[in-house]
Design a protein around this ligand. Structure first.
Ligand SMILES: [Zn+2]
Length: 216
């Protein structure tokens, strides 16, 4: 890891075929050639009523575009629940969590979207049983291996992108600053890609970008 310049890992929540802001991410990448981003992805998004399946044939062009960004080495996908139902993982027991986890991972695989073994529960809510279920490995004969994931929880990031960047004095013992936001603007979080991208574009030119998977 370079000692010069700021070390940062940027992550946004709620990637789905209808909420992606690829255009803006690409713009950032054009301005900052070293830019890297981790996107927490929803395989079966029910936030807006009609379920949006990441595997749906109509999203193949979108999947191609995402795959190209991953292949070009500046984007990685992590898992953000299955449906993003409010409190989706808050009250699940072990077996219920395993079922949702397996469905989510199967959908990512069926969509042919490479992802890293990192999980963030919708709205950060995860029961202790669900957390353990996600961390454990589950082998389903004839189908594959699931789980074995790192679970990230609220407070693991250092910079909420709606705020000013933490001062260097606050980051003394931090090797890589984790910056957190959402793909979409508004929703009370106000740390969406469009509304905060000026802060990313203002980062020093010698900034070193990292994926979340590289620093956990
Ligand atoms: Zn979310």
């Amino acid at each position: 890891m370079s000692n010069n310049g700021l070390n940062i890992a940027i992550e946004y929540d709620d990637l789905a075929p209808h909420t992606h802001q690829l255009e803006y991410l690409t713009k950032i990448k054009e301005h900052l050639p070293e830019f890297k981003v981790t996107l927490f992805t929803i395989p079966l998004d029910i936030r807006y009523g009609e379920p949006v399946r990441i595997t749906n044939p109509e999203y193949e062009l979108w999947r191609k575009a995402i795959r190209a960004c991953i292949r070009d080495g500046w984007m990685e996908l992590a898992l953000h629940g299955l449906t993003h139902n409010y409190l989706e993982f808050k009250n699940l027991d072990h077996d219920q969590a395993v079922k949702r986890l397996i469905t989510a991972e199967r959908m990512m695989r069926e969509a042919n979207l490479p992802y890293v073994k990192i999980f963030k529960a919708p709205h950060w809510y995860v029961s202790p049983e669900a957390k353990e279920a996600i961390q454990n490995k589950h082998i389903v004969h004839g189908i594959g291996e699931f789980g074995g994931m790192e679970v990230v929880e609220d407070g693991y990031y250092h910079w909420n992108l709606k705020d000013d960047m933490p001062k260097p004095a606050e980051m003394k013992d931090v090797k890589v600053m984790i910056a957190h936001g959402h793909v979409m603007d508004g929703n009370g979080c106000n740390n969406g890609i469009q509304e905060t991208m000026h802060k990313i574009l203002d980062l020093p030119t010698d900034t070193n970008f990292h994926f979340i998977s590289e620093i956990l």
